[in-house]
Design a protein around this ligand. Structure first.
Ligand SMILES: [Zn+2]
Length: 578
């Protein structure tokens, strides 16, 4: 099968797992070396005060290593590599080079007796630009307007032709309302937008000092909103446009099938508002997720744009009422629709989250009562864990605890205890992993880098509830892992670090005629689940290839960049506070 055929066959989105789950695809063997990288570390660098550990091959155990000034070549730190160890997730035999006590700001290379790393910084602002790039990645995903990131990464307005699909229960045209292209495809999906926007706005609430002054270089820069909120609003406006007059929210707006690997302006298929295909046409999960995200937005935008905040709150209230009245309307792709389904057949956690956010925002007893009733069915001890797009109960619990609203006291201790227990578990993994990450073998599923970032989010919430330096280090360990301390020695964020991945499953990156991919986008990462792991017979962390066709392990997605932004926002906030 030649590459062109392969790409056409695999031109589907991460959202479409269900579409392809039943088909047998032949995966090519990744082109990696079956050995640890010479030096694996965070290529974006480190804050002066944090743990700094590189992973090197086991045969360097006990041997000397040093940090050299990247400009002068002078030695700045000398140490000895630790003992050899086995890393379970990668199958690698490795050893650790700990240079945490090097705190002097500068630009360095790590040299072992056999090789020298690329240059990386140590400094209080080391993660400022990665944060800006990860957030600016959303600007690159904008639909319905001209985008220009500089460097040739640009496109004119796209997908201006919208219409109600017959499955929506409506007919007629739909003007473009913006939004973000979800992933490597050009669809827009409310469920995935919900957790993405919710996560980003939580970052705004928890780490404003790191985000207020962020200059994203977007069309709204210099306006009344901080850039960060302006960018998130671009997607919120689209989400709000998918709300029907009765409060319900249609599930997605996409073409009927995925387009080829072309630029967005060249995709002339109609972008349809797609419903369930039968009354009431809107879906519970999309509606409740909109309610949750808009309730958070009502808090965040109030100080800058009260009118917009009020519009968000009204939308959230209407959506919540619809979701509570229609708790079991589950979405699956109607006949003839082949884009991502984001099918989640349990809306209880979405209603819990929406109720929690509205209770926090308004204090109204109706939301409190609904939250507590739903909580009785979704016990804290089972449902507080790493969040993901189909599992948002932890967000509901955490927001209620953070609200401190009267009536939440009884749950508070249970949520704190379970969150601390989860954090302890993740910290123990970070301590025993050869690459420092908190992922265990079962976590290497589709979007495992997003799982890692969301595990960091959990650790940072735990630290917020009860300050814990070890939880912070474990959260940062996933940042180190994503940005280069992994078994490929590669940075999984485009254009961040001296050896970043090059071939995301991302249509603009493939079709723009520029060799390097669009900046600031995180790869989904190793995916040992489904057919790939079974075919490749690799250790879980090794089931990854820098291959544009490999949507199941190298796509990018708005719900993976969101916890990365959250993690980087927290890391920068800690830098500012130290
Ligand atoms: Zn578009």
């Amino acid at each position: 099968m030649d590459r062109r055929t392969t790409i056409k066959l695999l031109s589907v989105s991460a959202a479409s797992a269900a579409v392809f789950a039943g088909e047998r695809l032949v995966a090519r063997r990744p082109k990696h070396q079956p050995a640890p990288p010479a030096v694996a570390l965070n290529q974006a660098g480190y804050l002066p005060s944090v743990q700094k550990i590189a992973t090197v091959p086991a045969d360097l155990a006990g041997k000397p290593f040093e940090l050299r000034d990247a400009n002068s070549g002078q030695s700045a730190f000398r140490g000895a590599v630790g003992p050899a160890m086995h890393d379970e997730c990668s199958g690698d035999h490795i050893a650790l080079a700990d240079f945490s006590t090097l705190q002097k700001p500068g630009r360095y290379r790590l040299a072992t007796t056999t090789s020298v790393s690329g240059p990386f910084p140590v400094g209080a602002d080391a993660w400022r630009e990665p944060l800006r790039m990860a957030m600016r990645g959303y600007y690159g995903q904008r639909c319905g307007c001209a985008v220009d990131l500089g460097g040739g990464y640009r496109h004119p307005p796209c997908h201006l032709k919208g219409a109600y699909h017959p499955t929506s229960g409506r007919s007629g045209d739909v003007p473009s309302h913006g939004g973000w292209h979800d992933a490597g495809d050009y669809g827009r999906y409310v469920v995935n937008s919900g957790i993405s926007v919710g996560t980003l706005l939580w970052a705004w609430e928890l780490f404003p000092q790191a985000l207020r002054g962020l200059n994203l270089g977007i069309p709204e820069s210099g306006g009344k909103l901080p850039d960060y909120l302006a960018e998130v609003r671009w997607n919120l406006e689209w989400m709000l446009s998918l709300q029907d007059a009765d409060g319900g929210v249609w599930h997605k707006q996409t073409s009927e099938s995925f387009c080829a690997f072309i630029m967005p302006q060249d995709d002339t298929m109609v972008s349809y508002v797609i419903g369930t295909g039968s009354p009431p046409y809107k879906s519970t999960c999309a509606t409740a997720d909109l309610a949750a995200a808009a309730a958070i937005a009502a808090r965040c935008y109030g100080p800058y744009d009260p009118e917009f905040a009020q519009r968000c709150l009204a939308a959230a209230r209407g959506a919540w009422s619809w979701a509570v009245a229609h708790p079991d309307v589950m979405f699956d792709n109607p006949r003839g629709i082949r884009t991502g389904s984001y099918a989640d057949h349990d809306g209880r956690d979405e209603i819990l989250w929406a109720s929690g956010e509205l209770w926090r925002t308004t204090g109204d007893s109706a939301y409190r009562d609904a939250f507590l009733a739903q909580a009785a069915a979704l016990p804290v001890e089972s449902y507080v864990w790493t969040p993901s797009w189909p599992e948002v109960a932890p967000l509901g619990y955490w927001t209620v605890v953070m609200s401190g609203r009267p009536g939440s006291e009884a749950l508070r201790d249970r949520v704190l205890a379970k969150t601390a227990q989860d954090a302890e578990f993740l910290m123990s993994r970070a301590r025993t992993s050869g690459y420092g990450q908190t992922l265990g073998p079962p976590d290497y599923i589709w979007g495992s880098n997003g799982v890692a970032a969301n595990q960091s989010l959990l650790l940072m919430i735990a630290d917020r509830f009860q300050p814990n330096p070890d939880a912070r280090e474990a959260a940062l360990a996933n940042l180190h892992y994503i940005l280069g301390r992994n078994c490929f020695g590669i940075s999984w964020v485009t254009q961040v670090g001296y050896s970043a991945f090059q071939h995301p499953h991302h249509r603009p990156s493939a079709a723009d005629g520029i060799a390097a991919p669009w900046p600031g986008l995180m790869s989904g990462g190793p995916n040992a689940g489904s057919f790939t792991g079974a075919i490749l017979h690799e250790a879980p962390m090794r089931v990854w290839a820098d291959d544009q066709a490999a949507y199941w392990m190298n796509e990018i997605c708005i719900n993976w960049n969101a916890p990365l932004v959250f993690l980087l926002a927290g890391a920068n906030a800690w830098a500012l506070a130290s």
